[in-house]
Design a protein around this ligand. Sequence first.
Ligand code: FAD
Length: 226
Amino acid sequence: MKKINIPPTDHVKVLGDQGWVGLIGSLGSEITILNAARVSFGKMKETMDDNDLVLLEYLISNRHTSPLEHVVFTFSVHCPLFVRGQWHRHRTWSYNEISRRYTEVDMEFYLPEKFRKQAPVNRQASVEWENYDFTEIRKEFDDQNKKSLELFNKLIEQGVCREQARSVLPQSMMVTFWATVDLNNLIHFLDLRDSEHAQWEIREYAIAIKKLISPIIPNVAKILKW
Ligand SMILES: Cc1cc2nc3c(=O)[nH]c(=O)nc-3n(C[C@H](O)[C@H](O)[C@H](O)COP(=O)(O)OP(=O)(O)OC[C@H]3O[C@@H](n4cnc5c(N)ncnc54)[C@H](O)[C@@H]3O)c2cc1C
């Protein structure tokens, strides 16, 4: 059996190669969207032509979204716990995640290459931190990650159950999950998360997803200006 915490062949690395998002599989294509739209006329086609591009653009720009729901993607995501928290707010996705209760998979922790400053007014935002040497902060951050892991291992050695011991692990812990979503809800996610209002880390994943799926739905990608 293969381990699931390694990226699938088709993947994009993010967060300075510490995270990734990969494509496990997809169902449907652009012709599926067009045929779903044509179900109401009782017709379907095998290939696309220029008229279809007009219809595709019409569906997307007029928010005629249900035909998009017939295209489905399954991703494998390797990300820090805090990104997973944001991702799982998107309730229209289906998720399954590696469990610390069942696995001995090596634990990894996200160590940012650089840090951002707290935005002075907006508490939800951050700003670039220019011309600063992050060596010391990164070392402290890394030490803290290691201390958490040491305590986790110590608790396990002392016989504490995994489901309690895991609560000492930090938000920087990397987790791996599968996530399945239809194209309509994926576009909604990408609108919200590849945005300057979203946190930089989850935005990296949204940009990576656009790269992964654009070859499968090239005209949709063009219409949405990805
Ligand atoms: C920049 C940013 C900042 C955020 N900050 C915060 C924050 O500070 N605190 C916080 O709690 N959250 C925050 N969120 C999360 C946000 O509130 C949403 O939970 C998240 O973006 C998922 O959006 P969604 O509900 O539209 O997506 P999905 O859950 O995928 O739902 C898609 C759509 O389906 C419909 N839908 C889904 N479930 C229901 C339902 N139960 N009832 C009715 N309609 C439903 C809605 O139309 C919804 O838009 C933030 C999100 C972003 C992008």
